[in-house]
Design a protein around this ligand. Structure first.
Ligand SMILES: [Fe+2]
Length: 122
């Protein structure tokens, strides 16, 4: 079995300014089970939300993956080496390091237009 893992981070948000997501306990348990069945080789997660912003900090509460710490820890235990995501509207790359023991790539969004400085993203 290959190591490409899709994680659903959508949740119902009732406040119009709430853009947060959550993986949740049930899916995290399934992720642990899945990881135990994977063979050797790279393990890549694809999910909407990042673990961290480009400054290596979590996003503000109403924009973040609410259970990012638990998701990060399960992904690390799983041996994930790369986290691919969107959500932020400018691309950036984080190498493994502080607060995130695996690399991540934000692919930006379809609304991105020739933005040179990804730090200026909303
Ligand atoms: Fe989003």
């Amino acid at each position: 079995m290959n190591g490409h893992i899709a994680v659903n981070s959508a949740r119902a948000n009732f406040l119009p300014w709430d853009a947060s997501g959550k993986v949740g306990d049930t899916q995290l348990a399934r992720l642990k089970e899945l990881c135990a069945t994977l063979g050797d080789g790279p393990r890549i997660v694809v999910s909407h939300y990042p673990i961290l912003m480009s400054n290596r900090k979590p996003e503000p509460r109403f924009h973040r993956l609410r259970d990012w710490k638990r998701v990060r820890d399960v992904a690390a235990e799983c041996g994930v080496g790369l986290w691919l995501h969107g959500h932020k509207h400018a691309w950036y790359v984080l190498p493994a390091g502080e607060n995130q023991p695996f690399a991540s790539v934000c692919v930006g969004s379809a609304t991105q237009r020739l933005r040179i400085n990804p730090e200026s993203s909303p």
